[in-house]
Every structure is written in structure tokens, then in C-alpha cells.
Design a protein around this ligand. Structure first.
Ligand code: FPP
Length: 261
């Protein structure tokens, strides 16, 4: 893998990935969709490993959307099996490398054995201080927003907060992603130009990178390409080039969104 040209001081703090194209990868090879997901799991391993080696603190993976429950039962079952196997098999490595696992989404919809393995892995890794891997499982960006509205409405109703006190920081604090910074880079494989109900609130100034490469083929080399492209982008967060040149970029750091507009 060629890391030349990658500026190790300007890596993203948080990379989010919409892993797409497992089915097409399989169809192109006359294999079953499940074989595509199996190969996709190897790409998951590759990006987690490289993120860790590079020192990227947060990696979020959109592994299963709420809409994915509508897929044929066999495929859903196979995906759940792969997920469970991945969680069990990778846990020793996560402990060895200090990886903390977080899961977001409607976890209660997961089959009991998967939920059990997931909870166990989250619990076991919760004190790890290395990188954080966020698995979005049965996740829906809109659902996350609905839950946030319910949470804040409840506080207002109970008199614990006034309507005028609702601000962006409070909204972020009621999302499932409350403990993680907004992504700096969102990668989508397989060429589709969509967000597909992944992070909606969290990506106002996230750099988007779409590659035609199908997820099972997205390995270290492709990931490095995406990171290099990210480093070529000029992030202005709504400001002008001139302001950035004058050094106002120091104000534009992850943290409160209020600082960025
Ligand atoms: C999208 O491809 C991929 C998924 C719906 C599932 C992603 C799952 C994995 C990569 C494997 C297991 C996950 C982990 C975290 C170990 P698609 O089926 O929508 O492809 P298509 O659009 O070509 O049909």
C-alpha cells in the first residue's frame, strides 16, 4: 500500500462509510449476494485496520439500514450471521488494539443472538482508549431525528428546558451520535449519489467522496485514495477563501456547530 503523498498531520478525525455494492459485485461474478456480503466483511476488516494504523480516531460504518429489513429473509439472516460472526471473531483484536465499539440504530430489532453478541462486544470494549468504531445497525437518519425531537419535547413538557433554549448543541446532544464528532469525510462506494438515510443531521460540512468501486473491492489502496482526495479539498465551512488564507481556519475546528457557520 502506497502512503506516499498522504499528509499524516491532516487526516480526518471521523470517517463515515456507506458500504454499497456487495450484491452487484456478486452478480458480476455469478455468485450469490451472500458471497458479496462475505467479501464485504473482508473490506470492513481492511478499513478498520488501516484507520487504526493511521490513527484516525473515529470510523462509522453503515452496515444495515432500517430499510434493509425488507430484503429477502435469507439475505437478512445471512447478514445477521455475518455480523455476529464478525463481532465474535474480531473482539480479541479489538481488545488487543484498544478499539472501542459503539452501535447505533434500532438495536431492539436485531435477532436475540446478534443483540447479545453485540452488547457483549460493546460492554467489553467500552473502556478502550484507541479508535472508536461505530456500527450503524438498523439505523435510519430520520428515525434518529424523530427520537431527538421526542427527547427534547419531553424535556420541554416536563419543564426541564425552555423552547428558547433549544439550540444546535442541544439537538446534537440528543442524537444517537451525541458522543462522537461530526464526520469529516463520508465515503460511498458503488457510485450511487445518495445518502440513503444515513447521517442526516451530522453531515452539514462533511466532505463527500463517491467512488464507483464496489464495496468488496474497496481495500487499503482505495481507502488511501479517498483520504488523499479529502486532503486536496479546501474546507471553508461557509467562509471565503480569503478568510481561510488569513488564518480564520483556526476557528473552524470540530466542536460546536455554532462556531462553524
Ligand atoms: C450494501 O450492498 C451492503 C449491505 C446492505 C450490508 C453491508 C454488510 C457488510 C459489508 C458485511 C457485514 C458487516 C459487518 C460490519 C461485518 P448491497 O447489498 O446493497 O449491494 P447492491 O446495491 O449491489 O445490491
Amino acid at each position: 500500500m502506497d502512503l506516499r503523498g498522504l499528509d499524516m498531520r491532516r487526516l480526518p478525525n471521523h470517517v463515515a462509510i456507506i458500504m454499497d455494492g456487495n450484491g452487484r459485485w456478486a452478480r458480476l461474478r455469478g455468485k450469490s449476494r451472500i458471497e458479496g456480503h462475505r467479501r464485504g466483511r473482508a473490506s470492513v476488516r481492511a478499513v478498520v485496520e488501516l484507520s487504526r494504523k493511521l490513527g484516525i480516531p473515529y470510523l462509522s460504518l453503515y452496515a444495515f439500514s432500517t430499510e434493509n429489513w425488507l430484503r429477502p429473509k435469507d439475505e437478512v439472516n445471512a447478514l445477521m450471521g455475518l455480523l455476529r460472526h464478525y463481532l465474535a471473531a474480531e473482539q480479541p483484536k479489538m481488545m488487543r488494539h484498544g478499539i472501542r465499539l459503539l452501535a447505533i440504530g434500532e438495536k431492539s430489532r436485531l435477532p436475540a443472538p446478534v443483540l447479545q453478541t453485540l452488547n457483549q462486544a460493546v460492554r467489553a470494549t467500552r473502556k478502550n482508549k484507541g479508535m472508536t468504531v461505530v456500527l450503524a445497525l438498523s439505523y435510519s437518519g430520520r428515525h434518529d431525528i424523530v427520537r431527538m425531537v421526542q427527547g427534547i419535547a419531553r424535556k420541554v413538557k416536563e419543564g426541564r428546558c425552555a423552547v428558547k433554549d433549544i439550540n444546535e448543541r442541544m439537538v446534537s446532544g440528543h442524537m444517537e451520535t451525541c458522543s462522537i464528532p461530526d464526520p469529516d469525510l463520508l465515503i460511498r462506494t458503488s457510485g450511487e449519489m445518495r445518502i440513503s438515510n444515513f447521517f442526516l443531521w451530522q453531515i452539514p460540512y462533511t466532505e463527500l467522496y463517491v467512488t464507483p468501486t464496489l464495496w468488496p473491492d474497496f481495500r487499503e489502496g482505495e481507502y488511501v485514495q479517498a483520504l488523499k482526495e479529502y486532503q486536496r479539498r479546501r474546507r471553508r465551512f461557509g467562509r471565503t477563501d480569503e478568510q481561510i488564507d488569513r488564518g480564520l481556519s483556526s476557528l473552524v475546528q470540530p466542536g460546536g456547530l455554532e462556531n462553524r457557520i
